[in-house]
Design a protein around this ligand. Sequence first.
Ligand SMILES: *Cc1c(COP(=O)(O)O)cnc(C)c1O
Length: 354
Amino acid sequence: MDQKTLSSANLGRLSKLPRARLISGQTLLSGLPNLGQIYQGEVKLFAKRDDCTDLAFGGNKVRQLEFYLGEAQAQNADTILITGAVQSNFVRLAAAGARKLAMDCHIQLEERVAKDDPYYRTSGNVLLDKLLGATLHSYPDGEDEAGADRNLGKIAEDLSAKGHKPYIIPLSPGHAPLGALGYVVCAEELLQQQIDADLKIDEIVVASGSGNTHAGLLFGLRALGSSIPVKGICVRRSVDEQSPRINNRCREIAELLEIDNPVSEDDIEVDDTFLAPGYGAASDDVMQAILVAARTEALMLDPTYTGKSMAGFMARASQAEEGSTLVYIHTGGTPAIFAYEPALERAFTQFSGG
Ligand SMILES: *Cc1c(COP(=O)(O)O)cnc(C)c1O
């Protein structure tokens, strides 16, 4: 791209959709020179610091919530309903966003991770959910997205019967992916930062969970004429499941924005190397990546999401061509670190000096 400013002409209805402003400016694109020194061939590494979005310890969900909560406001809702894993960052930020917009929040926590240690159950995001005064519910099955959504629907009916105006942030696929629009916006922001800093980004690495972040970013880049490869690091599902998920999300974004889908199937890159042993649990490589990122760049990463995407980023950095520029999207997860204290303590012993 040679133009000095970007045009939003290719983003269809984006600027017409309701949006609650929760972020006041750009997040930083910061150099990672100490980490870069580990790799041969002068690779230039950067982090897009979406862990520092403005609200309640930040994270990628703040951008996503701008569109969900915008729609909730447009519908005059007074209560937000959301479902997620026990240590979900999304539900914590939904509760925080609801408070900022003077709404209540009901949180349904699903049993997605087989863990009964007290840190996981009561610290980190759970502590913050309670501090924010959200009403907590639980759902026994962590792999039943449609069932979790139906149960939220029941809670919403009860609230309506009591005179409230509930708004549900849905989990299961098949709903308009409003959250992904936050990352269409981020793509535009990142391309502008690339111009302003006179960079040529060769690759972007991002965690791929629900896929809203990955699909939104990829869609936004392509819609704005950029062909920068986006590598999605699987945190919940294998490549076989995640690839079609991202493909569907891109199609749904195109429908929502009423523009042609600029993303082709071959454009979707996902990598599940660092997924094992599964959602919410981390391999040795991932724990080591967390320690290295903290001890070189003071980046704070968690075992569920950002540790995995960092392990993927490091693998790309070690294979990158001489002089190339790689960007890591730091998607947040800071409070979850405190829920994984025993796993981190073990890693300190195992990789001491690492
Ligand atoms: C939710 C989350 C992700 C995954 O984002 P999706 O949009 O669901 O793919 C990555 N990192 C953190 C810290 C998250 O909370």
